[in-house]
Design a protein around this ligand. Sequence first.
Ligand code: TRP
Ligand code: SF4
Length: 338
Amino acid sequence: MNIKKRILTGDRPTGKLHIGHYLGSLQNRVKLQDEYDQYIIIADVQALTDNYNNPEKVRKNVFEVTMDNLACGINPNKSNIFIQSMIPEIAELTVFYSNLVTVARLERNPTVKTEIQQKKELFGEDGGSVTYGFLGYPVSQTADITVFNANLVPVGEDQLPMIEQAREIVRKFNGMYGEILVEPEAMVGKISRVKGLDGNNKMGKSLNNAIYLADDEDQIRAKVRSAITDSSKIKKNDPANPEICMVGYYHEIFNKENKEKVFYECRNGLRGCVDCKNELSKAIIENLKEIREKRKYYEENPKIVEEILMEGTKKARQVAKDTMYKVKESMRINYFNS
Ligand code: TRP
Ligand code: SF4
C-alpha cells in the first residue's frame, strides 16, 4: 500500500533550466522524492499557451528540461516524470472544469492578472495577445494536479493564487457531483530567487545573465567574466563594495566558506576583480560538476531519456484513466460502461 502523500510539480519546457531553477526548486525536488510520491509534469501543453507559434522550441525543450531534472538527481525510480500532452485525460478534465469557473474569476487571479498586464505592456492595450487558452491555464493546471490525486504542490508565495483557484474548482466539483477529487494543498517552501549575472532580479530574463545547468566550463567562465561588478572600482587595489557586485553576490551562494575573506579583501582593496572572478568561476564549476557530468551522460544517451519519459507517462496515464472513470461516473456521462 502506498501511504506516501503525492506531490505534483513540474516545469514548462520553454528553455533549458539554470542555476536559479536549481537553487529555487530542483534541489528541493531531489530531497522531496525520498519522502513523497512525486510526479513531475513536463508541461508542454501549458508551454504552448505562450508558444503556440513555436512548437519546435517546446518539443526540443521537453527533452532538455527532462535531462536537467535527471542531472540534478531526480531518480526515475522515486519520481515519476511524464509529458503532459500524452495524458489526454488532462485535456478532457479541463473541459469539464471550464464550466465551474467564471471568466471574471480567472481575470481576477493575481498571477494571470500580472501576466496579462505584462503582455499589454509588450503588445499594446488591445490585449489581442490574450487567448482563451492562456486565460484558462489555471483551469488546465487544476486538471494537471487533480487528475493524479495530488495532495501537495510545492510553490513560491506568488503561486498561491493558483492553488487557491484549484481548490475552489475542486470544492465546486465535489459539492456538485460527489466527493471524487482530492483537494490539493500548497507546500510553501522558502523558494529562493536568484538574481541574474547582470543584476536583473530574475535569472533568464536576458541573454548571458543566466548560468545554465548545461553550460560547460568555458561558458561558465565567460559568463562570470561578464558579470556586473561595483563600477566605482577601476584599479586592482581600489576598495569596493561587494554588496553591490554580482560576483560578491554569487560568492555568497557558491563559495560560502570563503565569503568573509572575499568581502573583507574587496572592501579593503586587497583583491582584484579578475582574480575574484576566477575564484568564483572555479567554485561554480566545482559545485556543478556532478550535475554537468550527469547531464552529459543523458545527452549522449537520448534513448535512456526517452525510455524514462515513456515509462513515467505510462504510469501517470493509468492513474489519470482511473480518476477519469470516477469523474465521468459522477457526472453521469459514463455511457455504455466506457
Ligand atoms: N506552471 C508551472 C511552471 O510554470 C508548470 C506546471 C504546469 C505545474 N502544471 C503544473 C506545476 C501543476 C505544478 C503543478 O513551470
Ligand atoms: Fe566584486 Fe570581487 Fe571586484 Fe569586489 S573584488 S568588486 S567582489 S569582483
